[in-house]
Design a protein around this ligand. Structure first.
Ligand SMILES: [Mg+2]
Length: 169
């Protein structure tokens, strides 16, 4: 159980996910958490930097999809602005929706990655589903609840192999 909480890759932000990093690991599908991973909760539009990053990955041949637990229209609207597909109400860390996404997009678990900011939802879900788990630092820790959760996750973040203090590769 505990090993399922350890990310395979730990990064400072989503922007450190490069085509090279994914190609080296033979990843063809990158599933993306939305809140606090691609944008802070309060931002309803993708930033210019995020769009550039997305274009770089897409033109390198990686498929992208937002996989969010949100029950609102946020994932729908955000993904439309980004120009990539989405799944909401994903129920992470349950794997049902993520397994469905991989099957529909024709990507085996070992060719798929799931990147997110939370250990107990994103990382656990990715590891259970057999996909590469990538944890990024949350964009904002704006309230006490987020901060407490971050510290509860801290030991698992640090267990990710092969990274320095800044989480760089
Ligand atoms: Mg999140």
């Amino acid at each position: 159980m505990f090993e399922k909480l350890v990310p395979a890759v730990r990064l400072g932000s989503i922007f450190e996910i490069t085509p090279e990093l994914l190609h080296r690991r033979n990843i063809k599908l990158l599933m993306l958490d939305l809140d606090n991973t691609l944008a802070p909760y309060r931002d309803s539009k993708p930033s210019g930097r995020l769009m550039e990053w997305k274009d770089g990955l897409v033109s390198s041949g990686v498929s992208l999809i937002i996989v969010s637990n949100t029950k609102s229209d946020r994932a729908k609207n955000f993904s439309a602005d980004m120009g990539i597909p989405y799944v909401d109400r994903a129920g992470k860390p349950m794997t049902k929706k993520v397994l469905e996404v991989m099957r529909k997009m024709g990507s085996k678990p070992e060719e798929s990655a799931l990147a997110g900011d939370q250990i107990f939802t994103d990382v656990l879900c990715a590891n259970r589903a057999g996909a590469l788990s990538i944890v990024v630092r949350p964009l904002e820790l704006t309230n006490v609840f987020f901060l407490l959760r971050y510290w509860a996750e801290y030991v698992f973040r640090r267990l990710a192999p092969g990274h320095d203090k800044e989480g760089k590769r």
